[in-house]
Ligand binder design. Structure first.
Ligand code: NIG
Ligand code: FE
Length: 420
């Protein structure tokens, strides 16, 4: 049993450490990172109780962990994943190597429909086991809170199966798990020429049942050419809001789909992807409270242009970064890789990318009072790095394993405790 009190000593730098609440970081503030050099930190009953400069380290009666001059930062918050799926889709990866596009693969029954077929054949218990293993692995890579979408069911029975698995993950795991209903991820084959028929099913059958069982906090729609039009997206989001589900949507992954306008009109918390995003769309976002969520590992895996992150920040926007972990377009839950891509491919500064993956992501999921920064009283979900020369070294050292320990509720041994 770990002691109630733990002192971490010899910390080279505490990242995002503040005695007052850090706001959602926008524009120039995104690069202003609150840090303390040469520090200690004390965890009590799973929460951060105090921290400060090393020369003020108090005597500690509990456990003592030597950071060996590593950095301590808040654990990552992954606000966009599709972690509950039946199986990987590496065969489509090969199709893409041979020159097929995502849309071509999707048109011939691959893509989301392929995942839906596999998921329909898998019992709920097995889906839970597979998802729990992935979540444990994501936590070992530093994820300390996560959003998970449905969307590989595409009928009432299987959408509910995914959402019930997410509910079981919430109960079994010591981190926040936020559920999003994404029944409108694609159109099932039988509704290919009857879009309204499937939308009616979402509105009249799925949403009431989800509401009754309390299975989701948010509703998502894939607003994209060949998927959901802006009008269809609006219809679904309006119905979802009547059931108390807030909006967060996929948009502008491949085209200027019109999703940004619909997202803003429906007070969506975020519009996610934005690989394709022009000046007018940036201006719309600037005049709204909808967060842009960028998913550079999907752009990397799909060999696409990256979202114009630098321009967005320079125009004053606050950005959020996430993994988009899914078997089709981003088969990675590793947010340290997202951190590197954000810098290397989107010209974000290390400070900006770290805040986009922690404090801003916490606001995106409504978790800011307990997660996303090192503040007294917040839950001690933390990453301790191996000894490293500077903050910039973290994104620079891409693909390398620079995490020494991940603390979940102050516990550095959570992975053996929670592994299945
Ligand atoms: O976020 N864009 C839509 N949904 C996923 C891809 C899903 C899939 O191909 O399985 C995404 O990229
Ligand atoms: Fe996604």
């Amino acid at each position: 049993m770990p002691s109630d009190k733990t002192l971490i000593k010899n910390i080279r730098k505490l990242i995002l450490a503040s005695n007052t609440p850090i706001p959602f970081q926008k524009g120039p503030a995104l690069s202003e990172l609150a840090t303390i050099d040469s520090a200690f930190l004390i965890i009590e009953n799973g929460r951060i109780s105090s921290f400060g400069p090393e020369d003020q380290t108090p005597e500690c009666s509990g456990a003592v962990i030597d950071a060996h001059h590593g950095y301590v930062m808040p654990a990552y918050i992954d606000c966009h994943t599709h972690l509950v799926f039946a199986d990987w889709r590496e065969q489509e990866f090969i199709d893409r190597m041979k020159g097929l596009s995502y849309q071509e693969i999707s048109n011939k029954g691959g893509g989301i429909l392929n995942s839906a077929k596999k998921l329909a054949a898998l019992p709920e218990d097995e889906l839970f086991e597979r998802s729990a293993i992935r979540l444990t692995e994501a936590m070992k890579c530093g994820t300390g809170a996560i959003e998970i979408k449905s969307g590989y069911g595409l009928n009432t029975e299987n959408e509910l199966k995914i959402l019930r698995v997410i509910k079981r993950l919430k109960v079994h795991f010591p981190i926040p798990v936020i559920a999003t209903f994404l029944g409108a991820h694609s159109f099932p084959l039988e509704f290919k020429s009857d879009h309204q028929g499937y939308i009616n099913l979402i509105i009249n059958e799925m949403l009431p049942e989800i509401h009754k069982e309390g299975l989701a906090e948010y509703c998502d729609v894939f607003c994209e050419q060949n998927f959901y039009s802006p009008d269809e997206t609006g219809q679904i989001l309006e119905a979802a809001s009547r059931y108390g589900l807030k909006a967060r949507i996929h948009s502008n992954q491949f085209t200027h789909s019109g999703g940004i306008e619909v997202a803003i009109r429906n007070h969506a918390i975020s519009v996610d992807h934005l690989e394709v995003c022009n000046e007018e769309e940036i201006e719309l976002l600037k005049n709204s409270s909808t967060h842009p969520v960028l998913l550079p590992s999907a752009a990397f895996f799909m060999n696409q242009e990256y979202p114009p992150a630098r321009n967005m920040i320079d125009r004053g926007l606050g950005l959020v970064l996430a993994s988009d972990f899914n078997p089709g377009t981003s088969p990675s839950y590793n947010l340290s890789f997202v951190l590197s891509l954000a810098c290397i491919k989107m010209k974000m500064l290390p400070e900006e990318a770290i805040q986009a993956l922690t404090i801003n992501a916490a606001y995106n999921l409504g978790l800011e009072s307990d997660y996303g920064s090192i503040e007294p009283g917040k839950i001690a979900n933390l990453i301790l790095t191996k000894p490293c020369p500077s903050l910039s070294y973290l994104p620079y050292s891409f693909g390398n394993s620079w995490i020494s320990k991940v603390f979940i509720r102050g516990n550095p041994d959570f992975s053996s405790e929670w592994a299945l």
